[in-house]
Design a binder for this molecule. Structure first.
Ligand SMILES: Cc1cc2nc3c(=O)[nH]c(=O)nc-3n(C[C@H](O)[C@H](O)[C@H](O)COP(=O)(O)O)c2cc1C
Length: 244
């Protein structure tokens, strides 16, 4: 059963208050609105044309240096919508010579943070022994981090959030280690406000850690792989990777 249909049937995340999902015509009207909002680019958002950060400050140029980029994905679908955006972003970034470390959280063993604060008493060592032991050092030595997730109830998936929470033992080190960042999100509905919460969360992460936003791709109305193939979103993700 398609619980977040891309057209025609009732959706749990409807576009309008009557509870019906958006039609394709609504979708394209909305997409034009998005394009207009974002100055003609589906690569949006905080850095828009990659000239200004969330704080309105100019972004530092990469000056052609190659980076180590950690891509964290959160979907349990290996060939889903967000996986396509991850692949396209990575292809673009690889073409520019950047080194990519990809971590598919849904296929790794990462327990949720136990809030035991063992790490506070043990020099940032976590009490849990799992895949965080391999990805956290990669994050700590990366120049850029990319969050890739489908929208689950207006937020990132639990699998990806677990990785973020498990950064807790090294939060001080992370805050001393500024990184660039980007976010790629897909979702089934075309509701105007459905990305608001995840964008607010991303902005809070930028501010706290601190990360320097390089752009976001917000792919709406793409419930399944067939819905995103043939849209502008994969090319937008590739362009974001190529822009680095
Ligand atoms: C648990 C769950 C929650 C979801 N929540 C939302 C939501 O809040 N808004 C939305 O538009 N789509 C929602 N969806 C639909 C997914 O975001 C959408 O199908 C997405 O394209 C799946 O990405 P993937 O193929 O990379 O896994 C939800 C799906 C699931 C399984």
């Amino acid at each position: 059963m398609n619980r977040f249909p891309s057209s025609g049937t009732r959706s749990l995340f409807p576009e309008n208050s009557a509870g019906t999902s958006a039609t394709h015509a609504d979708h394209f009207r909305s997409r034009r609105f998005l394009l207009k909002l974002l100055g003609g680019s589906l690569v949006s958002g905080l850095s828009a044309s990659a000239t200004a950060s969330a704080a309105g400050l100019p972004l530092s140029s990469n000056k052609g240096k190659t980076m180590k980029i950690v891509v964290l994905t959160g979907s349990p679908h290996r060939r889903g919508t967000s996986a396509l955006l991850a692949d396209e972003f990575m292809a673009g970034a690889s073409a520019r010579g950047h080194a990519i470390v990809r971590f598919d959280a849904a296929f790794e063993k990462v327990g949720p943070c136990l809030a035991c604060y063992y790490c506070s008493e043990h020099a940032g060592e976590c009490v849990q022994r799992d895949a965080m032991q391999k990805i956290l050092p990669e994050i700590l030595s990366a120049d850029m981090i990319v969050l890739v997730t489908p929208l689950y109830f207006f937020s990132m998936t639990a699998q990806l959030k677990a990785v973020i929470d498990r950064m807790m033992p090294q939060r001080d080190a992370l805050r001393q280690h500024p990184m660039k960042s980007a976010m790629l999100v897909t979702c089934g509905s075309d509701t105007s406000w459905n990305m608001d919460a995840i964008m607010a969360q991303y902005k809070a992460l930028l501010r706290y850690l601190p990360w320097e936003d390089q752009g976001v791709v917000l792919a709406k109305h793409v419930f399944a792989r067939k819905d995103i193939e043939g849209t502008e979103y994969p090319a937008a993700a590739r362009a974001l990777g190529m822009s680095l």
